[in-house]
Design a binder for this molecule. Structure first.
Ligand SMILES: [Zn+2]
Length: 280
């Protein structure tokens, strides 16, 4: 199961009756993001008896199979290959594609306004959302904000900073879980103690606790220890989310997951630690 924490967020969205029109899936490998997007589409359309959120899609029904094989008429993934087919480009032009074209995006938007052929929900996946040109992004804005009912948009990117801001701001961002380089596997008892303290401090001074967590550590070690701290903390928050899938808890988990991504990007450990502790 690729979705993991992402699935918890979706489950909470479903319970709260607010599956968003558009999501931005960030982080992980190209394959992770693609698999997570397809699993999202399966979850919304699984025919295995229940909506596939809590336990994940069944993986066995005809809908799950066809979505996995990218052979479902109501699930469309845009990449350069499918754009080339959609616009009937010659092999030479296909090979030279550098961005998504407005004509391709317009065709997807038109499709979004048609009823699903067989699925409950139509899913449009844009693989590499940073490839949207300004012009093609503009063609998407309205539908991202107010998609026709039964249509959802999943934008995937490894680099959210390169996605046009007006697109980014319209999507609900979901950071994917991904392995942290340098994170230690063994559990540090000290780190467990910090996690416990963070979850129980109930509004006590976040800056003081962040300083204590990072005190007396060389910068390299700070990053490793904070990575481990965030990993354990996100695990605890996931457990909490399973018992109480509230929007508040989803927000807390999202902040922790985003901090894991930011830490990999060398954002200051002190700043990240404070942000996470404040959010709790
Ligand atoms: Zn299924």
């Amino acid at each position: 199961m690729v979705l993991g924490q992402t699935q918890n967020i979706l489950w909470a969205d479903l319970r709260a009756g607010r599956v968003a029109e558009s999501y931005l899936l960030v982080g992980g490998s190209d394959g992770d993001r693609r698999a997570a997007a397809l699993e999202f589409a399966q979850s919304l359309n699984c025919q295995g008896g229940t909506l596939g959120f809590r336990e994940g899609p069944c993986g066995d029904c005809s809908s799950c199979h066809r979505i996995k094989e990218e052979n479902h008429p109501d699930v469309f993934r845009l990449d350069f290959e499918s754009q080339g087919n959609l616009l009937a480009l010659s092999p030479e032009k296909k090979a030279k594609q550098k961005e998504y074209q407005i004509d391709a995006v317009r065709l997807l938007v038109e499709r979004a306004y048609l009823s699903p052929l067989e699925a409950r929900e139509k899913i449009f996946i844009i693989d590499g959302a940073e490839r949207l040109s300004e012009e093609s992004a503009n063609a998407l804005l309205k539908v991202l904000e107010e998609s026709p009912s039964k249509a959802h948009w999943l934008l995937l990117t490894c680099n959210p900073d390169q996605v046009i801001p007006t697109v980014r701001s319209r999507c609900r961002k979901i950071p994917l879980d991904f392995p942290l380089s340098g994170a230690r596997d063994e559990k540090d008892p000290e780190i467990e103690k910090w996690v416990q303290e963070s979850l129980e401090r109930k509004g006590k001074n976040a800056i003081a606790l962040a300083s204590r967590i990072l005190a007396d550590r060389k910068p390299g070690q700070q990053k490793k220890d904070l990575a481990q701290f965030l990993k354990v903390l996100s695990g605890k928050m996931e457990e909490r989310l399973r018992d109480d899938p509230s929007i508040e808890n989803v927000g807390k988990l999202e902040t922790i997951l985003q901090s894991q991504i930011d830490l990999e990007r060398n954002v200051s450990p002190q700043l990240l630690c404070e942000t996470v502790l404040f959010s709790l």
